[in-house]
Write a protein that binds this ligand. Structure first.
Ligand SMILES: [Fe+2]
Ligand SMILES: [Fe+2]
Length: 298
């Protein structure tokens, strides 16, 4: 695998004056992401090959996303850590530590999950390598402000996926019971830390132009790469012409119940100057999911 390129210390921070703005955050007081360290067991011979709803499209969609987590989450951590020393608010400093701890453990568990799937013949290593190459390109070529804006944008996507899809609908119930807890745990923590990168971005005076334009780019690149990787995995599995699986997944995402269609209004709220991740409070869903899926790790 390619080596990770560090964020260059000599990168110019375009568009930032250096003054740290005191912006009131809407993050609830005391909302410090809790670092849990669960260890999931994937190495079971009887795990169905298509562990979400016995559907190759649904399963390989999550597999393709899982391939992106280890390089992506390391990038998120580094983009926040770059500005950590400039943060003076003690609560936000604690939240950064929680964010880093949670994302680091997500990477670790998804590496295990990806290794398990790789052993089953799902070639996620190639995908992971490609995504790492793209992350390294961003590390070398984008300003630290834009790299943080990238994290802010993707964190909004992951919070939407976590709260308004995984925790709200019955996706977790449709998964193999050994696979569901890892996705439930990841979704819970994505919701808990959804505002950390955003609050750091506001605290360092990150520009609205960069925040919004980066979301526009992410909105093109993320679905494009995910669909491309899903199609490649489907072809490698010999499932590309499985019309029934494609049709039922498309219907699930965009028709009935239309889980992706229904999260579009929340997605567009990101473009408002008044946007804050905690304008949408999903703590009731998170509490229910913690009780149901996390057991002793809650
Ligand atoms: Fe994560
Ligand atoms: Fe995250």
């Amino acid at each position: 695998m390619n080596a990770i390129v560090p964020i260059g210390p000599n990168r110019k921070r375009k568009g930032i004056t250096g003054a740290i703005s005191a912006v009131a955050s809407k993050t609830p007081k005391g909302m410090i992401p809790q670092v849990r360290r669960p260890e999931f067991e994937f190495n079971t011979d009887d795990m169905p090959r298509y562990w979400w709803d016995n559907n190759p499209v649904k399963t390989l969609l999550l597999a393709a996303m899982s391939a992106g987590f280890p390089p992506g989450e390391r990038f998120f951590i580094d983009s926040v850590r770059y500005f950590e020393k400039e943060i003076t608010d003690p609560e936000l400093k604690k939240a950064i530590k929680g964010f880093i701890g949670q994302e680091a453990h997500h990477s670790r568990e998804h590496e295990m999950l990806n290794g398990f799937l790789q052993d089953k013949g799902v070639n996620l290593a190639r995908l992971e390598k490609e995504i790492l190459g793209f992350m390294n390109w961003m590390r070398k070529n984008l300003s630290p402000e834009r790299q943080l804006a990238h994290t802010v944008a993707v964190e909004h996507f992951t919070a939407l996926m976590a709260e308004e899809f995984l925790l709200k609908y019955d996706a977790l119930e449709e998964m193999d019971p050994r696979m569901a807890p890892v996705w439930a745990w990841h979704a819970v923590e994505e919701s808990e830390h959804k505002a950390v990168a955003f609050d750091v971005y506001k605290a360092i005076g990150g520009s609205e132009f960069t925040r919004v334009t980066e979301m526009m780019l992410v909105s093109v690149l993320f679905p494009f790469f995910t669909t491309m990787h899903l199609t490649q995995l489907m072809r490698e599995e010999g499932q590309l012409s499985n019309v029934k699986a494609w049709a039922s997944t498309l219907n699930y995402m965009w028709g009935k119940p239309g889980v992706f269609r229904k999260l579009l209004p929340s997605y567009f709220k990101f473009y408002s100057p008044n946007f804050h991740p905690w304008n949408h409070d999903a703590r009731d869903l998170v509490e229910k999911a913690k009780k149901k899926w996390l057991g002793d790790w809650a």
